[in-house]
Design a protein around this ligand. Sequence first.
Ligand code: MN
Length: 561
Amino acid sequence: MERKRDVKKQALENRASLISRAYFFAESCHKNQKRASGELYVNHCLKTAQNLADWNLDETTVSAGLLHDVVEDTGCSLEEIDKNFGPQIANLVDGTTKLGRIKYRGDEKQKDNIKKLILATSKDLRVIFVKLADRLHNMQTLKSLPPDKQKRISLETYEIYSSLAYRLGMQRLAGELEDLAFPYLYPEEYKWLISNMKTRYAEREKYLKRIKPVVIKELTLANIKPLKVDFRAKRYSSLYKKLLRYDMDIDKIYDLVAFRIIVENIQDCYAALGVIHKLWPPLPGRIKDYIAMPKPNGYRSLHTVVFCVGQKIVEFQIRTMEMHEEAENGVAAHWAYEESKSSGKKRVSFAKNQDISWVERLRAWQEEEADSPDFIDALKMDFFKDRIFAITPKGQVVDLPAGATPIDFAYQIHTDLGNQCVGAKVNGKIVPLNHELRSSDIVEIVVHKGKKPSISWLEFVKTSSAISRIKKALKDKGPLFEPKQTELHIVAQARPDLIKDLSNVVSRNHLSLVNLSANPTGSGFQTIKIRCDSSDRRKISQLIVKIKSLKGIKEIDYRFV
Ligand code: MN
């Protein structure tokens, strides 16, 4: 691939540039650190940044690539990044660090949640680009890791990151990631493919090399300027998937090696298709017009399969350079870093009108409504403003509505975990059970065996599944436990007549007071315990509303006894 920008060269040549500052900062942070492969850690940062530059991304993103591991793996803080490089880069580094917490271990149900979590965490899509660039280099150096890690990371790459790249239209990257993961996930199948395909690929390429001048000549005769004519072998991973659908019969795979013709404009695409069909008859039903009807991920191209020289079946793909760029780099192609011709100044370009369609596609995927004033804002929009994604200590992602609490989280994982929950930690800190969770929080549930849920949970849980399970568990206590009374716990500012006011409220609500005790807690507060002779939920909640309206009441809690 042609290299447009060499990050290391840029860093060494222009010491004042952002990229140079980021490079030397990363180098000093990772000083003395080595990768499992034995190479200097900073090389990994450089490779990640180079991938981003190869996708033609802006300097901010490339610099974030250089710095992506300093918070996770060195003593450097996010504040330092912010101070030295500004909030945008700090955000990108923070987002990438957070994505590193997610672990996929093969649970099918988790796949969608993880992809949603990634998008929810990455309000700025460039976070995903950094993560993908990082993952690409990690996959390229995977052989240095122990086998169990190789398997886990390959699975995650295959199921999550490759499919995310595909969704973002980054087809070349998606294919590269899959191909890198394939031998680790399917070592036997990989061996089989290599031994069965090698000669076929070679034969095929030799054949197409003979066809290529014919194609170029005929296009030129028809006044079509071929910008590029080449052929590419089908990737092993996608070939394998296709073989599974075709009874492992290699002869049925027509696009083993496909021709790719790149022309100047859309008219030329159709004209070139005509030229090919005049040369060789097409296979019925195999002409695909992805220009008129792009694939859901935005892919545009014309495909046809023809009976070529010697009756061999060959696939042709015809597209413009712009479509080609897009097909290779997808949404990243729209984040393109361009050199303005007049001034030679570099700028980031987006917000072209047609780019909005990318957002439309992403949005269709999310099934979300949103206004998109322009491209960058739209990409930064909160795809999931009504959902949050919390993570278990083992890296499992749990999809919850906004406002969900540790109790909702616990019930989402398992009924027993919810029922026996006595406490929760979020990101290592103990929180109250009604604590509102946020995306990418790591939530740990503390349980006590045999514990039953508390009725007061019903006041704050958000998911209907938690509500119904709490109710069921409370009912299951069954005849053993028939609450007849209610105990209220009140914290209030100490004042004259408080006790009198409280007893009045109780009697005005047609309840009788079984017991009332008050204790001063110091600093002017009192705790008051009231026991009433009813366990009628409706009556008790009316009572609570009335008590809350009294002067000086700070907190109120209740349980049926
Ligand atoms: Mn990394």
